[in-house]
Ligand binder design. Structure first.
Ligand code: DGL
Length: 281
């Protein structure tokens, strides 16, 4: 039996996507959801294009097989490196051609220009996201007058995935990358957390910045964009099942850590299940 017929699938390389998932559930509480974290193979940030594409497509296919008509890549790295190939090549040539996959970069790029007065934005992301140049290209399309300053923060995701993000040792690494970003331009007045893991460091990030700099997380932006998408696509909306159920899956065999985070995010006793997404791929 399908684990999640008609559920909206939300995918991330690990626990970071829970920050987006929480906003989606808050804004669209009636639907059924399936969350998959590829914790067993995270971080994705330093991996090659081919590997990120392969892992992401394996996970997306697994979610389709569970019955998800729509999957959100709640991961900037996967959105930057795999989304276009999945949308343009993999999906049309697969048995899932009627399903849809959406990412987080375009909806964020559409609105980030509204946050800045100085027209200088800092974008913090993984190596993969920064090197792809996706944010520079996408923001240019919607707000050509904005200057985008990028900074990769490759040590942040390992800190977060290993549960070190709220410990004093994390401060050094937070400060290090923020200093590097701010040295690029003193005019930056808005910083986008362009990695779904980074909101877990948000308090530390804010503490290291002057109060006039806005720190923007993507969760609410992506959730509002999904609500808008479902309004514009009734044919997809009608395929979604309702019941406000949430199922959690992870590719790490020790599920306890994942459960602890998810339970905290959803103020609920979350029990995830281990899956091997490569079976049958
Ligand atoms: N959370 C992911 C993102 O938004 C990537 C983290 C990783 O696996 O490196 O980019």
């Amino acid at each position: 039996m399908k684990a999640a017929g008609g559920a909206i699938g939300v995918f991330d390389s690990g626990i970071g996507g829970l920050t987006v998932f929480r906003s989606i559930v808050e804004q669209l509480p009636g639907y059924n959801y399936l969350y998959l974290g590829d914790n067993g193979r995270a971080p994705y940030g330093n991996r090659s294009f081919n590997t990120i594409h392969q892992y992401t497509w394996e996970c997306v296919q697994w979610m389709f097989k569970q019955g998800c008509p729509l999957v959100i890549l709640a991961c900037n790295t996967a959105s930057a490196k795999a989304l276009r190939t999945i949308q343009q090549h993999d999906l049309p040539n697969s048995p899932f051609a009627d399903r849809r996959v959406l990412g987080v970069i375009r909806p964020t790029a559409e609105v980030i220009g509204d946050y800045t007065k100085s027209k200088h934005i800092g974008v913090l992301g993984t190596n993969g996201t920064v090197q792809s140049g996706s944010y520079v290209l996408e923001i240019e399309k919607f707000s050509p007058d904005i200057n985008v300053h990028q900074q990769a923060c490759p040590l942040w995701v390992p800190l977060i995935e290993n549960g070190e993000y709220n410990k004093p040792g994390a401060d050094h690494y937070v400060e290090m990358y923020l200093d590097e970003l701010m040295q690029q331009s003193p005019d930056i007045d808005t910083i986008l957390l362009a990695c779904t893991h980074y909101p877990l460091l948000q308090e530390k990030i804010k503490a290291h910045l002057p109060a006039n700099i806005k720190v923007v997380a993507q969760g609410d932006i992506v959730a509002a964009s999904l609500a808008d998408y479902l309004q514009r696509h009734p044919e997809m909306e009608q395929r979604l099942s309702r019941g406000a159920n949430k199922k959690f899956y992870t590719t790490i065999d020790d599920t306890a850590d994942f459960d602890r985070h998810a339970s905290r995010f959803f103020a609920d006793n979350v029990k995830s299940e281990y899956v091997d997404v490569r079976e049958g791929c």
